[in-house]
Design a binder for this molecule. Structure first.
Ligand SMILES: Nc1ncnc2c1ncn2[C@@H]1O[C@H](COP(=O)(O)OP(=O)(O)OP(=O)(O)O)[C@@H](O)[C@H]1O
Ligand SMILES: [Mg+2]
Length: 349
């Protein structure tokens, strides 16, 4: 496209021996992913400037002029950390790819997201938010339950022991979330069914890409039977015998009617949260046939080897470089449209 593109990211580091949990930096991106994205954008004829989203961010943008920002930064600290880079860019009036401050802030809070789903009539597992580990209630919920940090992603804090069968186990997990992740615990009914994730790309209208099914039936060696942090972290890096490599089916093994309903549900979730450009919607299709939406990921992982979103795009016929440039293109198109709407409004006053 021949644009000057700043690419904002947070670089993954090793937790080392500072007492941090193994999954501490899991949301951040590896050097390989960062290089792959930059090269992908360059293959579209763009000039790319790598900008690590640290404390120097504001300064960098005050001193450099670009056409647009390709943003994958997860942010640092705080309950709305994914909104930090978009907030700075909005403040400076610089366009960027992906969802804005509000959608990123809401989606990082799983309970808030679920409240909006309920309001919009989108099915989501029954839940409770536990704000105080000294006051744990499982009232109205049917075991097994899953206990998750309320504001994390990339499987952080999600292990086999997160699935609990009684109140004693639940108490143990809530205490762990509070101690290790220093946040509230979302407790949900555990849905036994098919794990699906839906990639959405574009705006006028957003397109649902082929649905991806993640099948854990060949993970018997490890016993990991759902998308835990361990599976997410190692699935494409270890040999299959380790039992951490679920099989990906894309398109998912669904009837036409099921696929249609799931696509529509994912789109509804995308719009309810106010996403733009791209997102991945995680859904458990229950044995009761209900597509329970777990969450929306407006900053889906873009690791060329092991992230779901690029794989989905590949199944839709888009190679990695094409996908990066398509994300840029849909964002440019959206900004141009918003700009011309604003101009029209001003001239009609
Ligand atoms: N209520 C539930 N019922 C069944 N499985 C669940 C439920 N909640 C979470 N899981 C399992 O745990 C995985 C991770 O949960 P979730 O998507 O909420 O976490 P995350 O860390 O935000 O994920 P992501 O990597 O997509 O950001 C799901 O993909 C699914 O395998
Ligand atoms: Mg998820």
């Amino acid at each position: 496209m021949g644009l000057k593109v700043a690419f904002t990211y947070n670089l993954k580091r090793k937790p080392g021996n500072r007492g941090l949990p193994d999954d501490y930096y899991s949301e951040f991106d590896s050097k390989e992913t960062i290089e792959a994205i930059a090269n992908g954008l360059r293959s579209g004829g763009n000039e790319v400037f790598l900008v690590e989203a640290d404390k120097g961010l504001l300064n960098w943008f005050q001193n450099n002029k670009v056409d647009i920002v390709f943003n994958i930064a997860e942010g640092i600290n705080g309950e709305s950390r994914e909104s930090q880079v978009p907030a700075v860019l909005d403040f400076l009036g610089i366009p960027y790819t992906g969802s804005g401050v509000l959608a990123l802030g809401v989606s990082l809070n799983k309970t808030l997201t679920k409240k909006l789903f309920e309001h919009a009539g989108i099915p989501t597992p029954k839940y409770r938010l536990i704000t105080d580990p000294a006051v744990i209630s499982d009232e109205g919920l049917r075991y097994p339950l899953i206990a998750k940090p309320n504001s994390e992603g990339s499987g952080k804090g999600i292990t086999m022991s997160s699935v609990v069968r009684n109140k004693a186990e639940l108490t143990r997990e809530v205490e762990k979330t509070s101690r290790v992740y220093q946040q509230e615990t979302l407790v949900e009914e555990f849905i036994d069914g098919k794990e699906l994730t839906v990639g959405i790309l574009g705006n006028y209208p957003p397109a649902v890409m082929p649905i991806l099914e993640i099948d854990f039936s060949n993970c018997k060696t490890s016993g990991e039977f759902f998308y835990t942090w361990k599976v997410k972290e190692f699935e494409k890096e270890v040999e299959e015998s380790k039992g951490l490599s679920p099989h990906w089916y894309c398109p998912a093994r669904l009837s036409e009617t099921e696929a249609k309903i799931i696509g529509e549900t994912a789109l509804k979730a995308f719009h309810t949260i106010g996403c733009v450009d791209l997102s991945r919607v995680d859904i458990m299709l229950g044995k009761d046939g209900v597509p329970y939406v777990l969450e929306v990921n407006p900053l889906p992982g873009l690791d060329p080897v092991d992230s779901n979103f690029p794989y989905i795009a590949k199944c839709a016929g888009m190679d990695y470089g094409n996908l990066m440039n398509r994300i840029l293109e849909v964002a440019v198109e959206r900004h141009n449209k918003n700009k011309s709407l604003a101009l029209q409004e001003r001239s009609s006053r």
